[in-house]
Design a protein around this ligand. Structure first.
Ligand code: SF4
Length: 197
């Protein structure tokens, strides 16, 4: 078995990558470092759920350092207008810490659950992981877990896991709320058109 540090953003997104990586012969240790998640209650709720699941499955969990002030200085000023650049900086901050932990703890391989969700920027996330892993002398294990997202949704519901409805930062909370409102409006308009015809 090859020891691998798996940076995790939440419990539901960890389900399928952990299973699939184990099937490949990796022995994952989960690493939590997500200073992007706001507000603090939400951050703690996601972390508690991850702790609960790791304990249940007997998967080791490392809770790494989280520099909230650095996120505010380095990511927040990019703001809502350039999501790609903002998320790139956010991925980099979290994955850099995970790489530091992996190097310090003697791991040779690193992966992340960040791009499990189809709402994330898959290529950007993987580019960032590859660059940082190589700078730390680690092998990045890049897999496309997106086809298993519906299965992760199903399993996390079955397990009664807490499931958030936005990525993590305050910008993503506002963006997700806008998306939901737009979808509601579209559905209402479609219903109205149906009634008229
Ligand atoms: S949307 Fe998600 S990845 Fe992007 S900046 Fe916000 S928390 Fe980070």
């Amino acid at each position: 078995m090859t020891r691998l540090l798996l940076h995790a953003c939440c419990a539901p997104c960890s389900l399928e990558p952990t299973r699939l990586l184990m099937e490949e012969g990796f022995e994952p240790t989960i690493c939590w470092t997500n200073p992007n998640i706001q507000p603090a209650e939400e951050h703690d709720r996601r972390l508690c759920e991850l702790r609960r699941w790791c304990a249940l499955e007997g998967i080791p969990l490392i809770e790494a350092a989280e520099d909230y002030a650095r996120w505010e200085r380095g990511v927040a000023p990019i703001g809502a207008l350039d999501r790609r650049r903002r998320c790139r900086a956010c991925y980099a901050l979290r994955l850099a810490e995970a790489c530091r932990v992996a190097e310090r703890e003697g791991f040779t391989h690193i992966a992340t659950t960040l791009a499990v969700s189809p709402y994330q920027l898959f290529d950007t996330c993987n580019e960032v992981l590859e660059r940082l892993a190589s700078a730390h002398g680690l092998t990045s294990v890049i897999r496309d877990f997106r086809p298993w997202y519906p299965e992760a949704t199903r399993r996390s519901r079955e397990l009664g896991m807490y499931r958030q409805n936005y990525c993590g930062c305050r910008f993503s909370a506002a963006e997700a709320a806008l998306d939901r409102a737009r979808l509601r409006d579209e559905r209402k308009a479609a219903c109205a058109r149906k009634k008229e015809s």
